[in-house]
Design a protein. Structure first.
Length: 166
């Protein structure tokens, strides 16, 4: 299991805590809730890692996910989400993002991620924050990678299917 090295980050209102050690070289970074890990997540993360750069995943903290998705979320606590992601062969490092849920601007994320010197920031097609993620990548001098979404595979879809079966 990883260590929780909390690293406040300069002027950013967001902070990160490493769950699994960061790679030594410039990574591709993806952030998200990763609340209920499913095949869409695994395919997306695997496709990123296959591009040849170390893959680092930023897991949004429980308080942030709850504020965005409602009081019943997250289903899985942040430390367990980080542990599952760190166990994936394609993932080289994992950190947990903490901070006020209202802090979601590309500037906030750019300041949080700047010390990691990312080579790329990644997101899926259809991500509602695509423009902000592209602006953040540009501000960091990083590439912006957009990969296809695995159709029919999202945490919301999985949770809806489970609720109908129970």
């Amino acid at each position: 299991m990883g260590s929780m090295d909390r690293s406040p980050n300069g002027t950013s209102p967001l902070s990160l805590a490493w769950f699994a050690a960061p790679p030594a070289t410039a990574p591709v970074i993806v952030t998200g809730a990763f609340d209920v890990l499913h095949v869409g997540h695994v395919r997306f993360l695997t496709a990123l890692r296959e591009r040849g750069l170390p893959l680092v995943v930023g897991v949004e903290g429980d308080e942030r996910v709850r504020a965005w998705k409602g009081p019943e979320r997250p289903i899985t606590p942040e430390n367990e989400r980080a542990e599952m992601l760190a166990a994936l062969r394609c993932v080289d490092g994992v950190f947990i993002i903490s901070g006020p849920p209202t802090r979601v601007s590309w500037q906030d994320y750019a300041e949080l991620l700047r010390p990691l010197r990312p080579a790329a920031l990644a997101h899926t097609q259809g991500d509602p924050h695509t423009d902000a993620k592209r602006r953040g990548a540009e501000a960091l001098g990083a590439q912006s990678w957009e990969l296809p979404l695995t159709q029919g595979r999202s945490t919301t879809t999985v949770l809806n299917q489970l609720s109908q079966q129970l």
